[in-house]
Design a protein around this ligand. Structure first.
Ligand SMILES: *[C@@H]1O[C@H](CO)[C@@H](O)[C@H](O)[C@H]1NC(C)=O
Ligand SMILES: *[C@@H]1O[C@H](CO)[C@@H](O)[C@H](O)[C@H]1NC(C)=O
Length: 400
C-alpha cells in the first residue's frame, strides 16, 4: 500500500514541479533555449530522484505465500497426476486471459484478489516452471486442490501436494531463495511476508462426509473429529512458524452445508442447507479461533496468527443474495443435476450467462464476485470477521 502511495505522489508532483518552475525562470528573462535546457535538466533531475525513491520500494514489496486447498490453488495441480484440476474450459472464462489456469474460479481467486487489494503481484504456483530467479522474491503459492489437514483427506484425488508436502516445498523454496539473495535477506523476506492458510473444508466434504461409512465417521463423533482436526492443525501451524512465517491469516471453513454440491447430495427441496455440514462449521470455526488465540497468547506472545471468519459472510449473501446484487446463492453457475451441484464443471455442463449473478461458480467454489465480497471483509471487516484485526490494519501496522 505504502509504496503505491509514494509512487503516486511522486508522479503527480513531477509535472507540477517543472511547470511551477518555468514561470519563475521566464520572469528572470532567460532565452527560450536556456529555459528549455533548464527545464530539461530539472525534469531529468526529478526523474532521477523518482527512480531512486521508487526502485528500492518496488524491490521491498511484501512477499506473499499461500498454502491450502482448491479455494487458493492457482494452478499447482496442473503439474500433477490428479483428478482434482481446473485446467480446462469453462474454468477461467472471466480470467483476464479468458483461458483456464487451474484456478477453481470463473476468474480471479482468493489469493489474486487479496494481492490486488494490497497492491502486489499474485504469487505464482510453486510448481510453475516460470517461478525462477527474481520472481521468487515475490513469494509463492503452494496450495493444491483436494488437500486437507489430514493425510487421509482427498485420497481419491491421487497425487496432490498434501499439506506436509507443501511445507517441505516451502523449505526447499527458502533454500533456492537463499541461493539468490543470501540466507539473512531470505529469512527477512519470509518473516516480513504475508501468509494465507486455507484448509479444512476437504477434511469434511472429502473425508468425514464423503460416505455414510467413511472410516473417520466410524472412528469419531463430529465434535471429536473437529477437536482432532484442530489438534493436528495446531501442530502444523507451529511447524510453519518454525519455518519463519510471522504473519499468517488462517481462514475458517465456509458454509459447507449450503454449497450446491451438498444441497444436491442432501436432496434439499427448497434450497435449505444440509444440516450436518453446517453443524460441522458451527463447531470447527470457533475451535479454530480459540486455538489461534491460544497460540498467540500462550506460546508465541504476539499476533502471528490472524483468524479469518470471512467465509462466514457467505451466510449473509446466502440468506439474502439479492441485497448483494446476486440472483441466486443456491444454484451453481456451472454444473448439472439439482442446483447444478452434481459432478464436475466441464464443457458439457450447463453454464450461466452472467457469472456475476451467481454466488457459486461451481458445485463448491464461489464466483469471483463473491470472492471480492469475502476479501472486502478481510480487508476492512470488524473483529467479527478478522480476529484480532483486519488486513488493512495489518498492512498499516507492518509498514511502520
Ligand atoms: C502426515 O504425514 C506426514 C509426513 O508426510 C507426517 O509428518 C505427519 O505426522 C502425518 N500426519 C498424521 C496425522 O499422521
Ligand atoms: C478494519 O479496517 C477499517 C478500515 O481500515 C478500520 O476503520 C476498522 O477500524 C478496522 N476494524 C478493526 C476491528 O480492526
Amino acid at each position: 500500500m505504502q509504496s503505491f502511495d509514494c509512487r503516486n505522489i511522486v508522479f503527480v508532483y513531477m509535472p507540477t514541479t517543472s511547470s511551477n518552475t518555468s514561470p519563475v525562470i521566464t520572469a528572470l528573462s532567460y532565452t527560450i533555449s536556456r529555459v528549455f535546457l533548464i527545464n530539461l535538466m530539472i525534469t531529468v533531475f526529478v526523474l532521477v530522484i523518482v527512480m531512486v525513491i521508487v526502485a528500492p520500494q518496488a524491490e521491498a514489496a511484501r512477499a506473499f505465500f499461500v498454502f491450502g486447498d482448491s479455494l487458493v490453488d492457482s494452478g499447482n495441480n496442473n503439474y500433477l497426476a490428479t483428478t482434482a484440476r481446473a485446467d480446462y474450459p469453462p474454468y477461467g472464462i472471466d480470467f483476464p486471459t479468458h483461458t483456464p489456469t487451474g484456478r477453481f474460479s470463473n476468474g480471479l481467486n482468493l489469493p489474486d484478489v487479496i494481492s490486488e487489494s494490497i497492491g502486489i503481484a499474485a504469487p505464482l504456483p510453486y510448481l510453475s516452471p516460470e517461478l525462477t530467479g527474481q520472481k521468487l522474491l515475490t513469494g509463492a503459492n503452494f496450495a493444491s486442490a483436494g488437500v486437507g489437514i489430514l493425510n487421509d483427506t482427498g485420497l481419491q484425488f491421487l497425487n496432490i501436494l498434501r499439506i506436509h508436502r507443501q511445507l517441505e516445498l516451502f523449505g526447499e523454496y527458502q533454500e533456492r531463495l537463499s541461493g539468490i539473495i543470501g540466507q539473512g535477506p531470505a529469512q527477512e523476506l519470509v518473516s516480513e511476508a504475508l501468509v494465507l492458510m486455507t484448509l479444512g473444508g476437504n477434511d469434511f466434504v472429502n473425508n468425514y462426509f464423503l460416505t455414510p461409512f467413511a472410516p473417520r465417521r466410524r472412528q469419531y463423533t463430529l465434535p471429536q473429529y473437529c477437536s482432532y482436526l484442530i489438534y493436528e492443525y495446531r501442530k502444523f501451524l507451529l511447524r510453519l512458524y518454525g519455518l519463519g512465517a510471522r504473519r499468517v491469516i488462517v481462514t475458517g471453513i465456509g458454509q459447507l452445508g449450503c454449497v450446491p454440491a451438498e444441497l444436491a447430495l442432501a436432496g434439499s427441496v427448497k434450497g435449505e442447507c444440509a444440516g450436518e455440514p453446517q453443524q460441522a462449521k458451527a463447531i470447527y470455526n470457533p475451535l479454530l479461533v480459540q486455538m489461534l488465540q491460544e497460540l498467540n497468547t500462550n506460546v508465541l506472545g504476539s499476533n502471528i496468527f490472524i483468524a479469518s471468519n470471512a467465509f462466514d459472510m457467505n451466510m449473509d449473501i446466502i440468506n439474502d443474495p439479492k441485497r448483494f446484487g446476486f440472483k441466486t446463492s443456491k444454484v451453481a453457475c456451472c454444473g448439472q443435476g439439482p442446483y447444478n451441484g452434481l459432478g464436475t464443471c466441464n464443457s458439457f455442463s450447463f453454464l450461466c450467462a452472467n457469472r456475476n449473478t451467481h454466488v457459486f461458480w461451481d458445485a463448491f467454489h464461489p464466483s469471483e464476485r463473491a470472492v471480492r465480497l469475502i476479501v472486502k471483509q478481510m480487508m476492512t471487516g470488524s473483529t467479527k470477521y478478522m480476529i484480532p484485526m483486519n488486513l488493512s490494519t495489518i498492512m498499516a501496522l507492518d509498514s511502520t
